[in-house]
Write a protein that binds this ligand. Structure first.
Ligand SMILES: [Zn+2]
Ligand SMILES: [Zn+2]
Length: 394
């Protein structure tokens, strides 16, 4: 058995169905299923994408159409192959039963079009509008887990550390076991505001593989976070094996933005937004009021110092975050090297230098190695990449 590396992003939304009706209302109109598959194949260079609005009947019809016209193939081990990309059929759902104390998003993935349409038939009876994204499900969280497992699916709490609609969201103190059957969770998704190192020490998460996905609401945002997964071939069954580390299959590396780039990383003074510790007056204005940062909130969830061995988490920024890498340069790079994954991971510094200035080539390699310097954000202000020199612009 030969295992290979694949780049995987499992949280991509659909903006519009094939009749141009809204699915994710806030999603881009160009974010259709066909465009997601094309973007993954032609520009991003992703090997596997999880589209989490596949519970929508019109999206299922679009997939069936791709299969009927031989543009896509239903794989015997689960998943749908389109050119070089494997589509994993998923659904993001909002749960809020009497144990939840607040809304929580979860991701459910299914092996086949048949299994997800069976799921849709069940879900339709428990949801106000089956045609939209991330809708509230009216039923118990555990019953949802049982249904997903009955259909041989994967159950994954979504973006668990974001302030809103997440398992460890702000203002609610809850344990995973209060809400869910912990034996029926396959993995957890970290979300954009955290990384592996920040969240180690939360005991109840030790059994689960960490996933890092983009939660893309537009084509460009796909693969802003993703993972490298060791599998025999990209299929649903192999993904399942990788998440459960069966015979060498596994997540090898997680890639995501440095949480310090996030808008709410640092605790800051509520009055002047200057970084400031708790219970001490702000060194800038003297105020004692604070906006709590994400890091501080996660620290309060930690129960011990124990860590388990985890895949390395590489801090990367999407290419368009790199100072001086504007749209023209991006197009030049893509024309030369094919896909973003080639640019980010595969081409050498020498090859890059043929296309872009040495300083930018250098920064692309620094980003590849997770070594770009970041100034932390906080209080609603984004962090940013530090260049050391003034940026050249195009
Ligand atoms: Zn969500
Ligand atoms: Zn989402």
């Amino acid at each position: 058995m030969q295992l290979s590396s694949y780049f995987v992003d499992l949280h991509i939304h659909i903006g519009r169905d094939h009749a141009n009706r809204p699915v994710k209302i806030t999603g881009a109109t160009s974010l259709t299923l066909s465009n997601v598959l094309k973007e993954a194949d032609e520009k991003k260079g992703l090997d596997m994408v999880g589209v989490i609005d596949c519970h929508v009947p019109a999206v299922q019809a679009e997939i069936q159409e791709l299969i009927d016209t031989k543009q896509a193939l239903s794989l015997s081990d689960g998943g749908i192959r389109f050119k070089q990309v494997t589509l994993i059929l998923g659904s993001e759902i909002e749960i809020y039963d009497e144990n939840c104390k607040g809304p929580i998003h979860v991701l459910c993935f299914f092996p086949t079009l048949e299994s997800i349409s069976t799921f849709t038939a069940w879900l339709k009876e428990r949801m106000t509008n089956i045609n939209l994204s991330s809708q509230r499900y009216y039923g118990s969280a555990k019953d949802l887990q049982y249904k997903v497992k009955e259909l041989s699916g994967l159950f994954i709490p979504a973006h668990i550390f974001t302030p809103f609609k997440s398992l460890y969201g702000k203002g609610v103190e809850r344990s995973l076991r209060e809400v869910l059957d912990d034996s029926l969770i396959d993995a957890v998704e970290l979300g954009l505001s955290s990384d592996t190192y920040m969240v180690e020490g939360i005991d109840e998460l030790h059994p689960y593989t960490f996933l890092t996905n983009s939660d893309a609401h537009s084509l460009g945002k796909m693969a802003r976070e993703y993972q490298e997964v060791l599998m025999e071939t990209p299929s649903f069954k192999e993904l399942y094996y990788a998440i459960h580390q069966v015979e060498g299959r596994k997540v090898v590396r997680n890639f995501g933005m440095n949480p310090r780039l996030g808008k709410y990383y640092h605790t800051v003074c509520k009055n002047c937004l200057h970084p400031a510790p708790k219970n001490e007056s702000c060194s800038n204005c003297g105020s004692l009021k604070r906006i709590n940062g994400v890091k501080e909130r996660i620290d309060t969830l930690k129960t011990n110092e124990n860590t388990r061995e985890r895949p390395v988490y590489i801090h990367q920024v999407p290419l368009d975050f790199i100072p001086s890498l504007g749209p023209k340069t991006y197009t030049k790079l893509l024309t030369a090297f094919g896909t973003e994954m080639n640019i980010i991971h595969r081409v050498s510094k020498e090859e890059l230098e043929v296309i872009v200035p040495a300083k930018l080539a250098d920064m692309i390699i620094t980003n590849r190695n997770g070594e770009l310097q970041i100034a932390a954000g906080g209080g609603g202000k984004y962090g940013k990449v530090i260049t050391g020199e003034s940026d050249s612009s195009e």
